[in-house]
Design a protein around this ligand. Structure first.
Ligand code: 0CH
Ligand code: SF4
Length: 341
């Protein structure tokens, strides 16, 4: 801490918690373990988490990311990303003779189960979430005939249900808490008998990261959020920072994307990162700032986190054998088919 810091008052507020949540940690370790156990390539359907650096690093180790199950050659192992998949994707994998490792976060699975339960009870389900987001596609796929997507408060006016006395709302796990409450209030006005999910669908990690950035945004002139553009929870942190009072907030994947001009007239810089962001990227941002006189780092702590999840159970089986058996089964049935004609 040099004299410059003391005289200029330049400082960094560093959010806690930030970065990896339990679901991301588990998913990334699962890819690494699969690579160790079976060697490359390991196919992953969709980015395991929405982070450029994580995807690039795993690609270098032999992970192959695909968007569609059909892109995976039969007899291989395919992993499903932390965002979850619709049941139809499990069927596609079976048809394609693939063994699967499911890295869906248990907190996303919880929402899938809620959707199935309410659909079985013949409720209309209003799923609050962002259209086209992988998690929403997965959750909707659990009960497509019962689920209507509500993408924010402006969508509420066009929502229709079969029976207003049997309606429940559920949500994507990575939304803005405040905006979701606005959507829920508007929905309740329209459907007074609307039921809420049995427990929070917006997960603890999303909530805590928003709490911290909110606290920080009140004091910071500029907030830098480390995260990728397609990371819903990271993008929400930028919005929350601005709403909390930060003059400006930007999302960067890497420190070298920060622009010198952003620092003009800035005394206090807030720094945080999305749930899919490795800490090394935050360290690089702090170094970049320190090189420009922002050496003084204060922690803004909004919550303690200690939750961890055990690895996907499939990592305890021999999946190569399982995949080979699936292919053999098909080859066997192909052989018997002509003779039965
Ligand atoms: O925030 P989103 O859902 O876009 O995804 P991410 O950046 O990969 O973060 C992890 C969340 C995974 C599912 O909840
Ligand atoms: Fe799970 Fe929440 Fe992390 Fe998504 S953001 S992976 S729901 S802990």
């Amino acid at each position: 801490m040099g004299r410059m810091t003391a005289s200029s008052g330049r400082r960094v507020l560093l959010a806690a918690p930030r970065g990896y949540c339990a679901g991301v940690d588990r998913a990334v370790i699962a890819v690494e373990k699969a690579l160790e156990q079976y060697g490359a390539p390991i196919y992953v359907r969709h980015e395991i988490v929405h982070n450029k650096y994580v995807v690039q690093t795993l690609e270098k180790k032999g992970a192959v990311f695909v968007e569609r199950t059909e892109e995976v050659p039969e007899g291989n192992i395919v992993m499903f990303s932390a965002h979850g998949v619709a049941p139809v994707v499990h069927d596609e994998a079976k048809q394609g003779r693939l063994a699967t490792i499911d890295a869906t976060c248990p907190l996303v699975t919880k929402v899938h189960k809620e959707a199935v339960r309410f659909a079985n009870e013949d409720f209309d389900i209003l799923l609050i979430g962002h259209e086209g987001h992988e998690e929403v596609i997965g959750t909707s796929g659990e009960a497509p005939d019962h689920i209507t997507l509500v993408d924010g408060p402006s969508d509420v006016s066009k929502v229709e249900v079969r029976d207003p006395s049997r309606v429940v709302w559920l949500s994507q796990t990575t939304l803005s808490v405040d905006e979701t409450m606005e959507t829920v209030d508007a929905l309740k006005e329209k459907f007074p008998q609307l039921i809420s999910p049995p427990s929070d669908d917006i997960c603890y990690a999303t909530q805590n990261r928003q709490l911290a950035v909110k606290q920080m945004g009140e004091e910071a002139d500029l907030v830098i959020v480390v995260g990728s553009k397609n990371s819903s929870n990271s993008v929400r942190l930028v919005e929350v920072a601005k709403l909390a009072g930060a003059r400006a907030a930007y999302l960067v994947d890497f420190a070298d994307e920060i622009e010198e001009a952003w620092l003009e007239g800035v005394t206090t810089v807030g720094v945080t990162s999305g749930a899919s962001v490795p800490e090394i990227l935050v360290e690089q941002v702090l170094e970049w700032l320190s090189g420009r006189g922002y050496e003084d780092v204060e922690l803004v702590k909004a919550a303690e986190e200690s939750i961890t999840f055990s690895l996907p159970k499939e990592l305890r089986r021999d999946l190569r054998e399982e995949a080979a058996a699936l292919v053999a089964e098909r080859t066997g049935s192909d052989r018997t088919a002509p003779s039965g004609q």
